[in-house]
Design a protein around this ligand. Structure first.
Ligand code: SER
Length: 610
């Protein structure tokens, strides 16, 4: 079965069960400033999951284009891609668990109406429960019943339970990370088993134990996820039932095709096959030769993603979505350069676009798209090709590459830092990693864009600790103004995973007693577990409401404002892109570890979580 056949089969199957077909939304979310890309089928459905009536009724089916930039590092293995199509069926307060699991099981296993997969190859998961939400025994019982009816032996060996990190879905992951108002719920994933003793088991985190669906050694592949979206986060950190119980089902189209082929490599499916063949032609190398697989997969995925992004109106640039697109194209170009043994001609990458458009044309493209998509890619690659040669020559000249060198390459030749690392790995060179890290942090500050504060799918990949320090910055700023006086104003800040550094206007040295009061005040607020909320409003309104702005910084007309504490007695209110924690309950206690003076009026404090 080809990808086009599987997609059609699913859409028909669900339409026969009363679902109305809706088209895919754009990869660039409209009217949603919280994310750069559509990274799950549920994103465009948000208003309806929260109760707005959908014009086509409470049962919907679609295949949604998705892009996940956070998966970029995983591309190169047999199953990850940044671009993919997610099949989706939706119950907006209509049917729930029983019908959903039955539909999906029937679609997977029925030889006529569905894909005819062998039930003994299917493994399923359910939420094991936590302090707040109990174990999902209903889901377990439904699966047992479905498996028994399908005459499966050892039914219980096919059902696994996991904590929220694996079996809970919201746009912001686990319940603790969900912002106030965010919907989410437990989920049930279905995995396809490609066979025992997978050869990558040795490199898995679970190598010393039994393999299981979430082991990630490549034996099991997640092919679909049914989310029981029935909760919403409250400001006190608890969860309450949504007025309507929804089903959000997402199935990876290309992964379903891999299961149908009984071949765990998604790049062997009908979507990637013609693209891989083109890359083989260009490079003169074979995909079946294992060392060529990672770069070929990266090129195939990144060009597919680029083609779809350009179709949805993105062009390579240094900002937001355009920057992500630029990095995809440059990374694909670097991979092809080395595959081709340094020969000229990476510009031919642009030609591959026609095959991509040909594959998806009946649904997502019209014939004329080929011209301008190719034009945009050729333009970007030809600009990059010249710098690539010069940059590689510079890197080859040096024995040791410093972090500063890597940063210069970024500025002079537009090499994103990860591309420099990749080139260095190819030519077997080392790098001063510590200095590199410092420059990298500076670079991250520079390339901070609209992506700040976004959910999964955004540009920035701030670790939880960095996010926590961001929130601590706001706490410190307010505490200083309360303890030292409102003359205090922030001049700058810098965050690493180890500490927060904060510079501010303050002529006098701060006494030990004052430091103690600042710490106590912040820790008091942390122990009160105040909520942190984000709102968008016109800049004037924010300032009028007393939100602090960073002196000398330009802000857009509509700004995002983070408030710590409940109105009207908020503890802090600042214009900021984020990201921030949802509640101070997520922060550890803090300590001021050092004070410095930077000239007459400016002091610097270092703060750490203890
Ligand atoms: N939202 C869920 C996911 O992305 C199911 O669609 O996996």
């Amino acid at each position: 079965m080809t990808i086009n056949e599987i997609r059609q089969k699913y859409l028909d199957f669900m339409q026969r069960r009363g679902h109305a077909l809706t088209p895919s939304a754009s990869l660039v979310p409209e009217g949603d400033a919280t994310t750069l890309f559509t990274s799950a089928g549920m994103q465009p459905m948000m208003p309806y999951l929260l109760g707005e009536k959908h014009p086509l009724g409470p049962r919907l089916v679609d295949s949604q284009k998705c892009f996940r930039s956070q998966d970029i590092e995983s591309v190169g293995d047999n199953r990850h891609s940044t671009f993919f199509e997610m099949l989706g069926n939706w119950s907006l307060g209509d049917y729930f668990k029983k019908e959903q699991l039955k539909y999906f099981f029937e679609f997977l296993t029925d030889p006529n109406k569905g894909l005819g997969l062998d039930p003994s190859r299917l493994f399923v998961t359910a939420f094991e429960g936590d302090g707040q939400i109990k174990k999902d025994t209903e889901t377990i019982e439904i699966w047992r019943d479905l498996f028994i009816r399908a005459n499966l032996k050892n039914v219980d060996e096919h059902i696994f339970t996991y904590p929220a990190s694996k079996n809970w879905w919201s746009r912001a992951s686990v319940p603790e990370k969900m912002p106030v108002g965010e919907p989410g719920g437990p989920d049930s994933e279905v995995f396809y088993d490609f066979g025992v003793n997978h050869r990558f088991h040795e490199s898995s985190a679970y190598k010393n134990g039994e393999c299981h669906p979430n082991c990630d050694c490549g034996r099991f592949l997640e092919i679909g996820n049914s989310v029981f979206m029935q909760y919403q986060k409250n400001s006190d950190g608890s969860l309450s039932e949504l007025p309507q119980k929804n089903i959000d089902f997402g199935g990876g189209l290309v992964r379903l095709a891999a299961a149908v082929n009984n071949d765990p490599d998604i790049f062997h499916t009908s979507i990637y096959d013609p693209i891989v063949k083109e890359i083989e032609k260009l490079s003169g190398k074979s995909y079946e030769d294992e060392e060529n697989q990672p770069p070929m997969r990266i090129i195939a995925d990144h060009l597919t993603a680029a083609t779809f992004l350009i179709k949805d109106g993105i062009f390579p640039s240094n900002k937001a979505q355009g920057y992500v697109l630029r990095r995809l194209l440059r990374r694909a170009a670097v991979k092809l350069h080395f595959l081709m043994g340094g020969r000229e001609g990476i510009i031919q990458l642009a030609g591959i676009t026609s095959s991509i458009i040909e594959i998806y044309k009946s649904i997502y493209f019209v014939k004329d798209d080929s011209l301008y998509v190719q034009g945009a890619i050729a333009n970007e690659i030809s600009r990059f090709e010249k710098s690539l040669d010069k940059g590689i020559k510079e890197l080859e000249k040096k024995t040791d590459v410093s972090g500063k060198d890597a940063f210069d390459l970024y500025q002079n030749y537009g090499f994103p830092l990860e591309i420099t690392t990749e080139i260095l790995a190819q030519i077997g060179k080392s790098i001063d990693t510590e200095q590199f890290q410092k420059e990298f942090e500076k670079h991250q500050e520079l390339s901070r864009t609209a992506s700040m504060g976004m959910f999964k799918g955004g540009l920035s990949d701030h670790s939880a600790i960095v996010t926590a320090y961001h929130t601590a910055t706001h706490l410190l700023h307010s505490a200083l103004r309360i303890i030292l006086g409102t003359h205090v104003s922030q001049k700058g800040s810098n965050i690493t995973a180890e500490r927060l550094r904060f510079d501010f206007f303050q002529p006098e040295k701060i006494s030990d007693d004052q430091i103690k009061s600042i710490e106590d005040l912040i820790n008091q607020k942390i122990s009160e577990k105040l909520p942190v909320t984000r709102a968008e409003m016109p800049k004037e309104k924010a300032i009028a409401e007393g939100a602090m702005a960073f002196f000398g910084q330009k802000y857009p007309d509509i700004v995002s404002v983070f408030t710590i504490g409940e109105e009207p007695n908020h503890f802090s209110k600042e214009l900021c892109g984020g990201p921030h924690v949802a509640s101070l309950a997520e922060l550890a206690k803090i300590k001021v570890v050092k004070q410095e003076s930077l000239g007459a009026d400016t002091r610097r404090l270092y703060l750490q979580f203890v």
